[in-house]
Write a protein of this length. Structure first.
Length: 185
């Protein structure tokens, strides 16, 4: 068995000056992205069918250049079951990204064995976001929250769709380019 997910890499084109230092301090070393399909299990012999379905969605779904522009305008602070905090930046509802996620979810409905129920809920109640801080205790949450007191603006561009196929969810497995199939938008 392997684990797969689908996410879109984001390149921020406008961000506050402090943001790079913030991410370095409070986040793990991964690319900023929006997870469209949460981690699920798949049998090795099903991988080519999975890739074909993703390619078909990309072929028929009309993605314009304007669709690739995205704004993040709302900070969400969530508390996990481990009592640690997560900071996320949400984008506007009803955007292209929400419709695209629904198409992918429909095309991949045959693979419904999620790695865990928490991520399953994120997919069911999909709100396009990028995670910018993880595993914060109460003190770190208060410290990180001070960055967001003043106006902040985040703009970005959707770059590519990534399909990681990994044996476990370790950072090493996820970042290994040999475990990723990249699709151009």
């Amino acid at each position: 068995m392997k684990i797969f997910a689908l996410y879109i890499k984001i390149k921020l084109t406008e961000k506050p000056k402090w943001f790079d230092g913030f991410v370095e301090k409070y986040f793990e070393p991964v690319d900023l992205h929006i997870t469209l399909i949460q981690p699920r299990y798949i049998k090795e012999e099903q991988i080519s069918d999975l890739q074909a379905r993703v390619e078909e969605v990309l072929r028929v779904f009309d993605i314009r250049e304007d669709d690739k522009k995205i704004s993040f305008d709302k900070l969400i602070i969530d508390k996990g079951s481990d009592s640690k905090y997560i900071f996320m930046l949400n984008t506007r509802e009803g955007s292209f990204i929400g419709n695209f996620q629904k198409e992918l979810k429909s095309a991949l409905k045959d693979w419904d064995l999620f790695v865990d129920n928490v991520t399953k809920e994120y997919e069911i109640n999909f709100k396009p976001h990028i995670t910018i801080a993880v595993n914060l205790d109460g003190h770190m949450k208060e410290e990180a929250g001070k960055y967001f007191i003043e106006d902040y603006r985040f703009e970005g561009v959707l770059e590519e769709l990534v399909l990681p196929l990994v044996k476990d969810q370790s950072l090493e497995e996820r970042k290994n380019i040999d475990n990723q199939k990249i699709f151009k938008l």
